[in-house]
Design a protein around this ligand. Structure first.
Ligand SMILES: [Cu+2]
Length: 324
């Protein structure tokens, strides 16, 4: 009798994993990863769906417990700025995985707004010959173009006056000290005719620049070069002296996410060039002086849960499920 009972229990326990026990306990595996597309190669329908979802974000309530703003759009700017003063997400190893996680939180928010696609990227390497003419600046199926550069010198001098985001009113400018609602602004870095350079500094993020970065074999060097050179220059090329893309409030400009998805794609490609060795390649010194670890927590200040770096190294495992 006793033996029969034990056998029955053992059989039930053994049967469980075969049925649904193991599958239910594990993170669902990533069987059909979302494909993140180049904006220039997306269809009109896909572009319109993305734009519509971004325009929906300011209509959703804030998830943060702060009184200075009340919508989800500003949450992204708030968190990015808060975590940059003091600096916890730039100029240190976590720059790449933190922004990878941030983009995913943004994509999830777009999904709440009915979007079913994936994040998209601006391939600024491909467009480096004439960046100001890129498809991303299209006034209908894009993000609008340069700021107006009107001569009135008002706070909205550099307002983006065309495209679907011309009436966008981000709450913060440069700091979180006090709300500073303003129209979305851009200030494309001007051309340097004496040197034969077009506007937007394209020669600083062209293929020849990338060819000095992607062959680097250590995460340490690769991250430093990618972050401090093309990543930083593209912010500056769009933001100039008074555009939203310049300061740490840069998530104000929806182009922030197309720029950072391109940065993520470059990291993804670098990982996949030698995936066995680079899937978990992560090293360097944190801004607090400690050695960076895959077990470090990435703060999201309540917009989403804090997660470990380790969980965000593979875009087709753990909580992520996308490819390029
Ligand atoms: Cu950033």
């Amino acid at each position: 009798m006793k033996i029969f009972q034990l056998t029955a229990i053992a059989a039930a326990v053994l049967a469980l994993p075969l049925e649904e026990g193991i599958a239910a306990r594990q993170t669902p595996s990533c069987t059909s990863p979302k494909l993140r597309k180049n904006w220039a190669a997306a269809t009109a329908t896909e572009k319109q769906a993305y734009i519509d979802a971004v325009l929906c974000l300011p209509t959703l309530p804030s998830r943060l417990n702060v009184s200075t703003h009340d919508n989800l759009y500003d949450d992204f700017t708030y968190i990015h700025t808060q975590l940059s003063t003091p600096q916890r997400i730039h100029a240190e190893p976590v720059f790449l995985p933190w922004h990878r996680y941030f983009i995913q939180v943004y994509e999830d928010a777009l999904t709440e707004c009915g979007y079913t696609g994936a994040a998209m990227y601006w391939d600024w390497v491909a467009d480096s010959g004439a960046p100001a003419s890129a498809a991303v600046w299209d006034p209908v199926l894009g993000f609008g173009g340069n700021g107006s550069a009107s001569s009135d010198n008002s706070p909205d001098k550099w307002r983006v006056v065309d495209g679907p985001f011309r009436d966008l009113r981000p709450t913060y400018w440069s700091t979180l000290d006090q709300p500073d609602p303003h129209y979305l602004s851009r200030d494309f870095f001007p051309a340097i005719p004496q040197a034969g350079f077009q506007e937007m500094l394209g020669w600083q993020y062209d293929q020849s620049v990338m060819d000095t970065i992607t062959p680097l074999t250590t995460y340490l060097e690769f991250r430093i070069q990618l972050e401090s050179r093309p990543h930083a220059v593209v912010h500056f090329a769009i933001g100039g002296s008074r555009g939203d893309m310049g300061p740490f409030t840069s998530p104000n400009d929806p182009m922030f996410f197309l720029h950072h998805t391109m940065v993520d794609k470059i990291w993804w490609q670098w990982q996949h060039d030698d995936f066995a060795n680079r899937k978990l390649a992560y090293e360097g010194t944190r801004n607090d002086g400690l050695a960076a670890s895959l077990d470090d927590l990435m703060p999201m200040l309540g917009l989403a849960d804090d997660k470990t770096v380790r969980d965000y190294m593979d875009t087709e495992g753990g909580p992520l499920c996308y490819t390029y």
